[in-house]
Write a protein that binds this ligand. Structure first.
Ligand code: SF4
Ligand code: SF4
Length: 100
């Protein structure tokens, strides 16, 4: 999703911004698709995956998807392409490719 930053700037008035730019609403990060910034994309290879789940706790963006106690893919809306999951995977089940 592309953002119109000029429009965002025009729409936000200084009176609407909290002191110090603090955000008080909790749980709002899920609403922001930070995956837009990604330049590298992790590709999960389900056949190679042994479900060790080592990738799950190291992802800084909580983008390793689980179904029950099994990895089921990657949340590309929030994955920023850091490559940590691919780096820790002992079975080479995640490849990093350049984002198109
Ligand atoms: S670290 Fe690799 S093998 Fe383990 S769950 Fe993640 S992708 Fe699968
Ligand atoms: S590339 Fe980084 S942000 Fe994306 S799933 Fe892997 S560890 Fe998480």
């Amino acid at each position: 999703m592309k953002h119109d930053y000029k429009k965002l700037q025009d729409d936000v008035r200084w009176e609407d911004i909290s002191e110090g730019g603090l955000i008080y609403a909790e749980g709002n990060s899920v609403a922001v698709n930070t995956g837009d910034w990604r330049t590298n994309r992790p590709i999960w290879n389900e056949e190679k995956c042994k479900q060790c789940l080592l990738c799950f706790p190291v992802c800084p963006d909580s983008s390793i998807k689980l179904e029950g106690d099994k990895m089921s893919g990657i949340n590309y809306y929030h994955c920023k392409g850091c490559g940590i999951c691919a780096n820790v995977c002992p079975f080479d089940a995640i490849d990093m490719v350049t984002e198109e």
